[in-house]
Write a protein that binds this ligand. Sequence first.
Ligand code: ADP
Ligand code: ASP
Ligand code: MG
Length: 402
Amino acid sequence: MSLIIQKFGGTSVSNSDSLKTVAKRITECKDAGNEVVVVVSAMGSSTDELIELASELSNEPSPREMDMLLSAGERITMSLLAIHLNNLGYECFSLTGSQAGIITSSRHGMAEIEEITGERVKEGIEKGKIVIVAGFQGVNKETREITTLGRGGSDATAVALAASLKADRCEIYTDVDGVYSADPRIIKEAKLIDEITYDEMLEMASSGARVLMSRSVEFGRRYNVPIIVKSTFTNNKGTIVKEKTMEEAIVRGVTHNDKETKFTLFGVPDQPGIAGKVFSPLSEGGIIVDMIVQNVSKDSKTDISFTAPSDQKEEVMKILTELSKELDAEGADSDIEIGRVSIIGAGMKAESGVASKMFSILGKNKINIGMISTSPIRISCVIPKDDMTKAIEALHQEFISK
Ligand code: ADP
Ligand code: ASP
Ligand code: MG
């Protein structure tokens, strides 16, 4: 008997018909003799709708109340699914993240899973019941407050639960057939990837392939949980994320992210320790800083630029405006009209000339590169937002389709 975690994303549970399709997947798995724990997301785009509602009432809603609000989305799905499964004659019950013992840090909106006690989940499994857990949420022990894990966080709930229950595998069901060589909604010729390593998937997820939340891949890698990404609506075998793959690709995928903003702090006195003074308050404020560039200094002053998620723009600008006064700098600015394209592949480590080829392709297409960052298996370029689709198409054509 295997223990399988099945996670269903928003588009897989958007109405009662899709909930019935999801129930069929669950009961087939159960009827085949497996133990099943299910993790669900909020229905369709209901999380976005709740955020929109809150923004109509306040420019700065309290993070605590936002978590109370958003965690309700997953509760609706879990109980509707349990009602349907019970009606089909299956013993099944639903649990909120808190009831399932998902213990997190206290940071509202971006909490980290610290521990999963999972007692009620284990009790349910022992009694042969199907347990449904609300994704994306947990509770902090000290504050006793409900928290959420950040957008796409149900993936993290699923893989962390799989690790803690020592499940045989974690199946992530979504609206596409698996992980593709580029977003299949943008690149029609994108290829379905059969196998991908945790390292490559982590780079793809953190550079914009939203099919898996990057923290879920981190859990998978740390606890060696096989993750399978597949469609709720077709029978294709999907993509398996694991430690090693049969073949090592030089470029496995092309990703993009158009949800980042470039920030610049101008005329900062160029002294030892200045970068620490700039980035410490940003990290204390929970800002996820990505690419950083410090310009050549002129008259002992320099400009420091970095990228961060666009939805943190207001917090970043507040911190930078204060920093500018404190450090006697010459002000701060933001540019939202940027995008980031990346190429990812483990085979890049052993291949020279990949970066220069990427830059030449962008150059040939008259796309200006504003910032560059690399890891051993990824190269990313910040480019004008308007050139994003052209860049993804050109890079995919050169590195994958050729
Ligand atoms: P869910 O609601 O199931 O969690 P998401 O919307 O979070 O689904 O993720 C699935 C979406 O991710 C797909 O519809 C697809 O447009 C997008 N996506 C972006 N890059 C990729 C990629 N490389 N492979 C597959 N899907 C991708
Ligand atoms: N409902 C949450 C979101 O939309 C979590 C998830 O779908 O994974 O981000
Ligand atoms: Mg998702």
